[in-house]
Design a protein around this ligand. Sequence first.
Ligand SMILES: Nc1ncnc2c1ncn2[C@@H]1O[C@H](COP(=O)(O)OP(=O)(O)OP(=O)(O)O)[C@@H](O)[C@H]1O
Ligand SMILES: [Mg+2]
Length: 377
Amino acid sequence: MLQPNPFIITADYYGPDYFCDRKAETEVLESNLANGCNTVLISSRRMGKSGLIAHVFNRFFVHSNFRTFSIDLFPTSSLAEMILLLAKEITGLLKSKGEKMMDSFLTIVKSLRPGFKLDPVTGQLVFDISLGEIVRPVDSLKEIFQYLESSEIPCIVAMDEFQQIADYPETHVMELLRTHVQKCKHTWFVFAGSNRRMMEKLFHNPSEPFYMSCSPLYLDAISYDHYLAFAQRHFEKAGKNLQKEGFKYVYDMFDGHTWYVQRLMNELFAWTRPGEMSDKTMAENALSFVIKTYARTFQEQMSAYPEAQKQLLIAIAKEGKAEQVTSVAFCKRHSMKSPSTVQSALRVLHEKGTITKEKTVYSITNRLFGMWLTMEY
Ligand SMILES: Nc1ncnc2c1ncn2[C@@H]1O[C@H](COP(=O)(O)OP(=O)(O)OP(=O)(O)O)[C@@H](O)[C@H]1O
Ligand SMILES: [Mg+2]
């Protein structure tokens, strides 16, 4: 039988065997949930926030004591869309628990009743609401919270890409949510986000509704030793060998950034036949191959940028970690027109998430894109 590649590169969670380390973070999150402390989980993109949430939700302590719900707010742009996701997530779980649970949702969440329909084939009650049927989202939010609090088993709600709410056209959604969250007596929350600037503003700024309301948990790279042990264990299990230098090359190249390490190890695992050894040369070749795989996408992406943004991307990629990008020296070094040109290009690229800012340092968010830029220009 074909053995699945143990280095998962999709967002799905395949169980603890395929999940590397994060012991300390798991303990913190689990303890927060056990003690009724809401958590704000922050990391750069693709570091493993969603994975950690899924891992903790899968733990015996959590799934035997709580009902867990997860929504990703990234594709939402209004309170109604958020309600749609939340209601579907909740009713999806209720469906598996039977009619009685559905009935109590129907009784409490009155504003979403139009979403309950009788399946003409089975005659069973199904929840199939459309966005247009959510006409009183503020009431729906209140009722959903009432429902969660009425559950005899405490609930946990994870909201991924939470900072998205700040862009909703309705005013006061944050205040509204904060009021409901604050009133909860046995429903706990995990708010996750990758836009560090926004997340920190929302949770650490005294003028924001969620100020100091959650315990912060930052995700950094998994340590080299833990990752090496994890990778070697999976190679060995398949009768393959992973040379330390090969892994180190990959880990160092991406500073241990989870998705990129997973992507390269997935490739290396596929390239290595049982009985063979994956070494540094193979790792170098795998990296070139992976970058080439995305080259077409990167080319198209580049052709769509206006000249100033293109130049700035190349400049930041060449510096790797770029500082003082609006200085005259930076402009001169990279033949850019003026600090003001850099400033406006910087703002757009940062807003789009193409570049990341950590304190005063800028880098290309997609590390493979950054590498491709340095090779190509
Ligand atoms: N501890 C881990 N061990 C092994 N693989 C992991 C681990 N954490 C995450 N991954 C893998 O790394 C990739 C990125 O993880 P995940 O989607 O959880 O990151 P994220 O921070 O939520 O990303 P985004 O900012 O895009 O939402 C996924 O393919 C996931 O399977
Ligand atoms: Mg995620």
